[in-house]
Design a protein around this ligand. Structure first.
Ligand SMILES: [Zn+2]
Ligand SMILES: [Zn+2]
Length: 278
């Protein structure tokens, strides 16, 4: 009889041991799953954040800001760096400076853009309405690198995923900025003197497999006639441009025609407009 009791106790102990062992494995697995979920969630929130803020323009989007003839915008990009999760890098590029330092600096202040955080200035072309505010910024930041169009006879990557088209055009040399974003190419023009469609074709030549997500800036189409404007819009469609945010020297009629054609994908651009690309 004692022998039977002993066998029963042994079986019971073996059962308890097995149960505890299985439970431990299950707990370890759960902990591993939690970690991997966290990693996925972290990497999701660590995607690139890109904002384009119009700081100088003759059109107004924010009533608290001053308008003036010219154009300037700030490109702010926040992206994860390195292998370690949680490390983010912020980059600020000022494209053009408008016609006037006082207006530029006052608008920047109201938009909470601190000149000390600017990494470099990209100048599309040397017209007064794009370089007029340059001295004002350089007084505060004399160390800033200014990329003028003559520095880039050809296309070039300036920082990771940010390119210049290089100087285009015959009479007025102008460069445009191309940003490779998670949504596709973002093309920003100052005045588009070389022709807006030529600039887009240049971008397509540089990146044949990328789609054009957004075209922003001055299109220089103020005096263009209706049939030409219709043909430009049809070229935009052929090039599969998804969104348009024209301002500055694009012309009132051009803006109206683009708005009609693009509907929800037309962005009413002017000083104070913040376009978030996430
Ligand atoms: Zn110009
Ligand atoms: Zn201009």
């Amino acid at each position: 009889m004692w022998r039977n009791v002993l066998i029963f106790i042994l079986i019971l102990l073996a059962g308890i041991f097995l149960y505890l062992r299985l439970d431990r494995d299950k707990r370890i697995k759960t902990i591993r799953q939690i970690n991997s979920d966290t990693m996925t969630t972290t990497s999701k929130t660590e995607n690139e954040k890109l904002s384009i803020i119009t700081v100088f323009d003759n059109y107004r989007a924010d009533p608290l800001l001053k308008t003036g003839w010219g154009f300037s915008c700030l490109i702010r990009r926040i992206r994860p760096i390195g292998e370690k999760s949680g490390s983010l890098k912020e980059e600020n590029i000022l494209l053009d400076t408008g016609a006037d330092s006082d207006i530029l600096l006052s608008n920047m202040k109201k938009l909470n853009i601190i000149p000390e955080t600017i990494d470099f200035i990209f100048i599309s072309h040397l017209h007064d309405d794009h370089i007029g505010g340059l001295n004002g910024i350089l007084k505060i930041r004399p160390d800033l690198t200014v990329y003028k169009p003559e520095l880039f006879p050809k296309e070039k990557e300036i920082i990771e995923d940010v390119y210049t088209t290089g100087s285009l055009g015959n009479d007025i040399k102008e460069q445009s900025l191309i940003i490779k974003s998670e949504k596709g190419l973002i093309i920003i023009t100052g005045c588009a003197h070389p022709g807006i469609v030529n600039i887009l074709e240049k971008a397509k030549e540089m990146f044949p497999s990328e789609n054009i997500y957004l075209v922003l800036g001055g299109f220089h189409l103020e005096d263009e006639l209706y049939p030409e404007l219709k043909s430009i819009i049809s070229d935009f469609r052929k090039l599969n441009v998804q969104k348009a945010a024209l301002c500055h020297c694009s012309g009132e009629r051009t803006r109206e025609l683009f708005k009609k054609e693009y509907g929800d994908n037309y962005i009413e651009n002017g000083v104070g407009k913040v376009i978030n690309i996430e």
